[in-house]
Structures are given as structure tokens and as C-alpha cells.
Design a protein around this ligand. Structure first.
Ligand code: FES
Length: 136
């Protein structure tokens, strides 16, 4: 089975002001925060990306797998609490055959961060939500 990927925009910056010289932007900070958290690199790749086209809503990440829906999450502070919540959500995503998750079990920090859900383009994994009343 293909690896799951957490794309992280390395260019996001939550402030309207540029970072001071020598200071990292928030996207880079989130990447660094995620990289020191515990996750299984054989199952998940955390991949820096230049931009996810939601620049005014940083930090922005996308959770993807070729055979599952893709989720775009926005407005993420680059702190340990949100990095940990992101990996918790990622674990739920990896555990479900379609990448769905149960809303009641969604980490509280991410309840308002889910911004878009894009179905898989693969025909054999077309979404059928009939068996997922409580799931996204
Ligand atoms: S700079 Fe992060 S989404 Fe564009």
C-alpha cells in the first residue's frame, strides 16, 4: 500500500508582517515541530511544499493518499499542541480505508481547521458515504 502524505506548506506565515531576518516563517516552524513528534516514517511522509494556495489561512497542510480523500486544513498555529493534534488526526485517517474520521473523535484543536475535502480520483475508491453517517 502507498504511503500516506502530510503536505506542509513551508512558506505560510500567520502574521501580516514578514519574519525578522534569520527568523523562520510559521510553516517552517510547524514542519520542525512535526518532525520531532512521534510518528512512523514507514507509514507517513511529512513533505514540505512551497504553497497550497490558501496563503491567507496559514498554516496550511494537506493530508493525502492516492486511494483516499484529501483533506486541506488551515489556520494552524505552529505549536506542539496543534502538531500533536495533526498527527492524531493523521493516525485516524491512516486507519480508515477511505480516510474518513468520526467527528466526535476529532481533536478539538482541529475542529475549525478542516477546510476542504477532495475525493480520490481513482474510480475504485469513489466515495460512498452511505455507510458513514457519523464520519466526515
Ligand atoms: S504560503 Fe502557505 S498556502 Fe500559500
Amino acid at each position: 500500500m502507498s504511503k500516506h502524505t502530510l503536505f506542509v506548506c513551508k512558506s505560510c506565515h500567520r502574521s501580516s508582517e514578514e519574519p525578522a531576518e534569520g527568523q523562520s516563517c510559521d510553516g517552517r516552524i510547524l514542519l520542525n515541530t512535526l518532525s520531532v513528534q512521534h510518528y512512523a516514517p514507514e507509514e507517513l511522509e511529512i513533505k514540505p511544499i512551497g504553497c497550497l494556495w490558501a496563503c491567507s489561512r496559514g498554516c496550511v497542510v494537506a493530508l493525502a493518499h492516492p486511494e483516499k480523500r484529501t483533506y486541506l486544513l488551515v489556520d494552524l498555529p505552529p505549536d506542539e499542541e496543534h502538531a500533536s493534534a495533526l498527527l492524531q488526526l493523521t493516525q485516524m485517517y491512516m486507519s480508515h480505508r477511505k480516510g474518513a474520521f468520526i467527528w466526535d473523535k476529532l481533536p478539538k484543536q482541529l475542529e475549525s481547521a478542516l477546510f476542504a475535502c477532495i475525493p480520490s480520483a481513482l474510480p475504485f475508491s469513489a466515495d460512498d458515504d452511505s455507510d458513514e453517517e457519523e464520519e466526515s
